[in-house]
Design a binder for this molecule. Structure first.
Ligand SMILES: [Zn+2]
Length: 597
């Protein structure tokens, strides 16, 4: 595709979780996925915003009349996440990091930081709003395409994590709620899919240079705004994998172009808001999904014959878009449309009968939904709403990124009415004059490689991992250990532990400190570090168990030699090492064997 001819315009919004404490309470920024200590059930209601109107997205959520179940934890949630206590003043470390990032992006801090409430009633916040504050404005980054403006840098609280969507009562985990997030928004200056990816990468590296960000899947999220000439600004949420970004953008540009082509090709008829009960048509049906449902409803879409089956992008048709709307609005499993029938066990005869019942002309299409009367009606109303939008071309939407680079409808673009001031938090005058810029990741890697004699790859991995500060600390503290060994251990031990025990371990700085102090004194053999680290984390480390009693060792060696009379030195060595499982260094074992032979 020729993106400049299409008039492609993209912007990104990056959300990065910060480590440390939460934004408005003292709970640790830590996601706990274990069994909750407490469950709380709530309902949320839309309220009017500052401008006196109710946000459409919020109103749509409230209409779904759902309950929410919140999982709370003693170690990382408190009454503030449950909205039973007002927020504390904003976390000054997190604010400092946001100002630091602003400075790195050449942005100007605002005179006064005012925390705002942004209405969100999908259940992901117990309050019904998300706290957010603008920190700085008018920054930029330079990429190969040129200068990309960064109009806003904000700090906000992370939402609760969805655990289970049950339709009527969604389950959310509260441990994530309130973790500080830095939000960086660029202007719509990006012109190619690759440019979008490059900007995301560059901003990601800048954020990581602060060494104050959380690490791992889901700790950084990119939302991409995409529009083409004549299309609409579409916000695609939750791209977690940078490699997917170019195809997300390409697919969205193509989707908008296809929707514009359909608008041109479609004759305009009046779409009636009529829903018909066609349950009778399917009284003897063999179609499994329909057989299970109590009723079947249908609506006629005049002039749409042949258009619902049109592919917008490979694998997704106009009918898929209609289906997304029905799913979101009514929680139904999906829709059937006439361009895909007969199929799915629905016969030619049944298809014809529906056409007759709806008085379809040859040019008309229809959509059917098999569910309860109430849900089917909601679903078909959404389909009719979406069908009418076809004549506008591209409806403004928030879409969610799918893992295959496509996206699906999530909700309408929220209006301006959803912000109002947070009156429980005092405004702050930011001070950023004394903020020192951190060393960039590339510079740091170069310094590690030169000063500590690390390979370039290892130096870069450590610099990117945010463990650089710890590395430098330990290299200073433990002079008897080679810097490269410290670096290698910090980097590789989580991987070795996972390989050995099959689970992720939460390794803290003090765990490393204990390990290196025993290595530094020579008390712990290098071969034992994986086993020793496991013991340290479990809190049952005992250095004496790593120091073999020499008479005990000799006794074991003699026994092994006696059992393996004709074996080589190496084979005996192997047997002894197996028995001691890395608890003694190879050097000590080989010396002891030599003594015994
Ligand atoms: Zn808390």
């Amino acid at each position: 595709m020729d993106y400049s001819r299409l008039g492609l315009k993209c912007g990104i919004e990056i959300h990065q979780q910060l480590s440390g404490k939460k934004l408005f309470c003292s709970c640790p920024a830590k996601i706990n996925d274990s069994e909750p200590d407490l469950l709380v059930k709530r309902k949320l209601h839309a309220v009017i915003g500052e401008t006196g109107t109710v946000d459409t997205a919020a109103a749509q959520e409230e209409a779904r009349n759902r309950s929410f179940i919140y999982q709370a934890y003693r170690d990382c949630t408190c009454l503030i996440e449950l909205d039973e206590e007002p927020p504390k003043p904003i976390n000054s470390d997190a604010l400092h990091t946001a100002l630091l990032v602003a400075k790195m992006l050449h942005a100007k801090p605002v005179d006064e930081i005012q925390v705002m409430r942004k209405t969100v009633i999908d259940g992901s916040n117990t309050t019904g709003f998300q706290r957010t504050a603008l920190v700085a404005m008018n920054g930029y980054i330079d990429i190969s395409e040129g200068r990309i403006s960064i109009p806003t840098i904000s700090i906000e609280e992370e939402a609760a994590k969805i655990v289970d969507r049950k339709g009527d009562s969604d389950v959310y985990n509260l441990s994530r709620l309130g973790i500080p997030l830095i939000e960086i928004g660029t202007g719509p200056d990006l012109k190619t899919p690759e440019g979008v990816k490059e900007a995301c990468e560059k901003l990601g590296l800048i954020l990581r240079s602060t060494e104050r960000v959380m690490r791992g899947i889901g700790t950084i999220r990119q939302d991409v705004n995409v529009s083409i000439e004549g299309g609409a600004r579409i916000e695609i949420k939750g791209a977690q994998d940078l490699r997917m970004i170019p195809s997300l953008v390409e697919n969205e540009a193509l989707r908008q172009k296809s929707l514009l082509d359909i608008r041109t090709g479609l004759k305009r008829f009046n779409i009636e808001d009529r829903i018909h009960n066609v349950t009778q048509v399917f009284r003897d049906t063999q179609a499994k999904i329909i057989k299970r449902s109590e009723s079947v409803f249908a609506t006629r879409l005049p002039g749409f014959h042949g258009f619902l089956g049109k592919e917008l992008i490979p694998g997704r048709r106009l009918g898929t878009e209609f289906s997304d709307y029905a799913k979101v609005a009514a929680g139904v499993g999906g829709i059937f449309h006439s361009d895909e029938l007969p199929n799915y066990g629905i016969t030619e005869k049944e298809t014809e009968e529906v056409r007759r019942a709806l008085k379809c002309r040859p040019d008309d299409a229809f959509v059917i939904v098999a569910d309860s009367k109430e849900k089917s009606a909601k679903a078909l109303e959404a389909v009719i709403r979406r069908a009418k939008m076809v004549f506008d071309g591209v409806p403004q939407e928030v879409r969610k990124a799918n893992p295959d680079g496509t996206s699906s409808f999530m909700r309408p673009i929220p209006g301006e009415a959803r912000m109002y001031p947070e009156t429980d938090v005092m405004p702050i005058r930011p001070r950023s004059d004394d903020i020192e810029l951190p060393e960039l990741i590339e510079e740091k890697a170069r310094r590690y490689s030169e000063n500590f004699k690390l390979s370039k790859d290892l130096a870069m991995s450590i610099a990117r991992s945010g463990k650089g500060r710890m590395l430098e600390l330990f290299i200073n503290e433990f002079k008897a250990i080679k810097p490269a060994f410290i670096a290698e251990t910090i980097f590789s031990i989580p991987i070795s532990l996972k390989k050995e025990y099959g689970v992720e371990w939460d390794i803290r700085e003090d765990h490393f400190e204990t390990l290196f102090s025993h290595l530094n004194s020579g008390a712990l053999p290098k071969e034992s570090i994986v086993q020793a680290m496991a013991d340290i984390i479990k809190g049952r480390f005992d250095i004496s168990s790593y120091q073999a009693d020499s008479s005990e060792l000799e006794k074991d060696i003699r026994e092994i030699i006696a059992r393996n009379k004709d074996s080589s030195f190496a084979a005996i060595m192997g047997e002894v090492m197996k028995k001691y499982r890395g608890r003694i260094s190879g050097k000590i074992v080989s010396e002891a064997i030599r003594k015994c032979i």
